[in-house]
Design a protein around this ligand. Structure first.
Ligand code: THU
Length: 133
């Protein structure tokens, strides 16, 4: 485990800020995420829960969707943060969307203690489904 690199400081701060807006009345588990594009833009998201539980949206997918909806194509990093003992890890659904739309991104897992684990999506999603291969 390493500490947060300076180059990801702004991304981490964006995820922290988004996390404050987490709508998680059911789980009480607040998650923030932020996406960095090749051009240096940052898009953030938080988890949004629904009374119809299955509609819940994760922070990572909301951040990624914000970037995609703005027309971004080249995503260089996806950072996620939560108040966990070890860096929080994206769920399977988020891994799939990252694989689909940000295959070259660095995936940066963090927690509020600023501990960091960093992966490529291939390391997190083995033998993925994709592009009708
Ligand atoms: N959650 C995320 O936002 N990202 C993940 O990768 C895992 C789970 C959210 C969904 C739900 O609101 C809460 O965490 C508990 O599962």
């Amino acid at each position: 485990m390493v500490v947060l690199q300076k180059k990801y400081e702004k991304l981490f701060e964006a995820a922290l800020k988004a996390r404050e807006n987490s709508c998680s009345p059911y789980s009480g588990f607040k998650v923030g995420a932020a996406v960095l594009t090749e051009s240096g833009r940052i898009y953030s998201g938080c988890n949004i829960e629904s009374s119809s539980f299955g509609l819940t949206m994760c922070a990572e997918r909301n951040a990624l969707s914000a970037a995609l909806c703005a027309g971004e194509k080249d995503i260089s990093a996806v950072l996620v943060t939560a108040d966990t003992p070890d860096p929080v890890s994206p769920c399977g659904a988020c891994r799939q969307l990252i694989y689909d739309y940000a295959p070259d991104a660095r995936i940066i897992l963090t927690n509020l203690k600023r501990q960091v684990l960093e992966f490529k999506i291939e390391e997190m999603l083995k033998y993925p489904f994709g592009k009708f291969k």
